[in-house]
Design a protein. Structure first.
Lengths: 126, 451
């Protein structure tokens, strides 16, 4: 069985570094692919050669194509991959929009804490 | 003493007066009260005379009339206006009847007392049709009674109109009727004038209302402007806090990964490096904030006449390195003597940002140009900065193109501050900015600045 893959989308490079670090520290079996642009992530998901991730961590506040724009494009692909929003606490007020998307099941506040991470991962890997 | 009498007098004539009553009704009420008061005052000496010559019947009649007149004022005082009016009507009518009977039918001069029906129109508004009809009926009864009293000597079936004859009495009666007709005619004319003045009043009111609505519109405008600047302020603070939280969250996160036991030296070295990076980005955000806030202060600089040519030259000098290395060419299409009355530092910042953007977003495989042109109308200068660069997808980004920290091209470095500042600065000057763009053809920014 191949390693489970997580796709991380965040324009802030440092955030991606941290998220990868904390995930691999507690779930070393997980493979991570990170991108700093939403359109890049869409291209990745579209391409046939790349492995399909089993989880997407998505930042909302991004330039050019923000998290919601990504969700619009993503829904067209009809992949059914579960999406977890990773947001700064100041974005929480527009989280109500998340209800419109079936694939968004969780959200995490930056920085991801070990406790929250375990909660999310348990759901996906039990 | 005199003031005391005046007090009593004014309390009588103002009996039942209400502050918010229409002016016309106020006059009507005061007239009625005055009339009653003077009737009592004028006929008071007769009371004494009749008493002195021992004529009891007229004495009692006058006393009754006094009481009735006083009752009218009392009813008005109790705000029973219509009862007061009717009492006055009947009292006057009956008084007229009795006086005419007492004086006999010789000359008929006293018939001028019958002008009393004038009260009908004096007491009531013409709209109170029922009351007027009732009053006219009362006066008709009085007239018919007088008529019967004069001619009752002849039995009804023997009545002949020739009996009436052309004596002084019937002549006066005829004159009297003409007078009444004239009065009525006069009143109806008065009513027409009144309604005309009412229409005028209504028009005045309408224009007043329109004025109010207009001033309401102004208030709305101010409110809209205020809420606009409030929401831009809110957006500003939201964005700044977001951009400060992000590196802070990273620092916090990396600290949680730091191995406090100091066993994993390799990890700790990496973590410290990342914390350092995040600290730098936090510092950058703070400097941006500081820069934006400082640039808001430029509004305090003095206004002056600025030669546009000079301004553009200064921009070209400031951006000389970029202009030369990018090979972009700047064309100026405006009058060399064109002056703008404005704040130099703000205009400099606006032009600097727009020209810098045009250089930054140029297309690689063509000859890049920037055209600065000016159109004028009576109120404003419209400055257009046109480039033939990569363009902006306005369909997607129109709403947020001037927002803070919004970027539209992932490949080209930028912070998303420039256009925010441009719009902000122009608004400080009372100007506006519009953008038109076609992807892979170019972008036009139109700055409208009041003369």
């Amino acid at each position: 069985m191949p390693k489970p893959l997580i796709l991380i989308i965040d324009d802030d490079h440092m955030s991606n570094v941290f998220n990868s670090m904390i995930i691999t520290k507690y779930y070393p079996q997980v493979q991570i692919h990170d991108t700093t642009g939403a359109s890049e992530a869409i291209n990745y998901l579209k391409s046939d050669t790349s492995d399909k991730p089993s989880l997407i961590l998505l930042d909302l506040n991004m330039p050019v194509m923000n998290g919601w724009d990504f969700m619009e494009e993503y829904e067209k692909l009809n992949l059914g991959i579960e999406v977890v929003l990773v947001t700064s606490s100041s974005d929480i007020r527009d989280l109500s929009r998340a209800k419109d998307y079936n694939d968004i099941k969780h959200y995490l506040v930056k920085p991801i804490s070990v406790k929250d991470l375990k909660e999310v991962m348990e759901v996906f890997y039990k | 003493m005199a003031t005391k009498i005046h007090e009593i007098y004014s309390s009588i004539i103002n009996a039942g007066l209400e502050e918010n009553e229409a002016l016309e009704n106020k006059y009507r009420l005061i007239s009625i009260n005055k009339f009653c008061f003077f009737c009592i005052l004028i006929s008071s000496p007769y009371l004494l005379i009749f008493l002195a010559i021992n004529m009891i019947a007229p004495y009692i009649l006058i006393l009754c009339a006094h009481i009735l007149f006083a009752l009218v004022v009392y009813l008005n005082h109790k705000r029973l206006y219509s009862s007061g009016k009717f009492l006055l009507l009947t009292t006057t009518a009956l008084s007229v009847l009795f006086i005419s009977l007492m004086l006999g039918f010789n000359s008929g001069f006293h018939l001028y007392l019958y002008t009393a029906p004038l009260f009908v129109f004096w007491l009531f508004d013409i709209k109170e049709v029922k009351n007027i009809v009732l009053a006219v009926v009362i006066y008709s009864i009085v007239y018919i009674s007088v008529f019967i009293f004069k001619y009752y000597t002849v039995p009804f079936y023997q009545f002949d109109f020739r009996i009436i004859g052309l004596d002084m009495y019937s002549l006066n009666m005829g004159l009297n009727l003409v007078l009444l007709f004239l009065l009525f005619y006069n009143y109806s004319t008065y009513y027409k004038i009144l309604s005309a003045s009412l229409i005028q009043k209504q028009k005045h009111l309408e224009s007043e209302i329109n004025k109010r609505i207009e001033s309401d519109d102004n208030t709305k405008k101010i409110f809209q402007e205020l809420s606009k600047s409030y929401s831009s302020l809110e957006q500003f603070s939201f964005i700044v806090s977001h951009n400060m939280k992000s590196p802070l969250a990273n620092i916090k996160g990396f600290l949680s990964l730091y191995d406090k036991e100091g066993v994993d030296i390799e990890l700790n070295r990496k973590v410290i490096g990342y914390i350092e990076n995040s600290t730098v980005s936090l510092d950058d955000t703070l400097s941006d904030l500081n820069y934006i806030l400082r640039s808001q202060k430029k509004i305090l600089d003095k206004r002056e006449d600025i030669l546009l040519k000079d301004l553009v030259n200064n921009i070209k000098i400031s951006l000389a390195t970029e202009i030369i290395s990018s090979g972009i060419e700047v064309f100026e299409k405006y009058d060399e003597d064109l002056k703008l009355n404005s704040i130099r530092s703000i205009l400099h910042s606006v032009f600097f940002n727009l020209v810098q953007n045009a250089i930054k977003f140029k297309r690689d495989n063509i000859k890049s140009t920037i055209i600065i042109s000016v159109e004028q109308d009576s109120e404003q200068n419209i400055i257009k900065i046109t480039d033939n660069g990569i363009g902006i997808d306005l369909q997607k980004n129109e709403d947020r193109i001037f927002n803070l920290y919004n970027r539209f091209n992932a490949n080209i470095e930028g912070k998303g501050i420039g256009l925010y500042l441009v719009k902000n600065h122009l608004e400080m000057l009372g100007g506006t900015i519009e953008v038109a763009s076609i992807i892979n053809e170019g972008t036009v920014f139109s700055l409208k600045i009041k003369k």
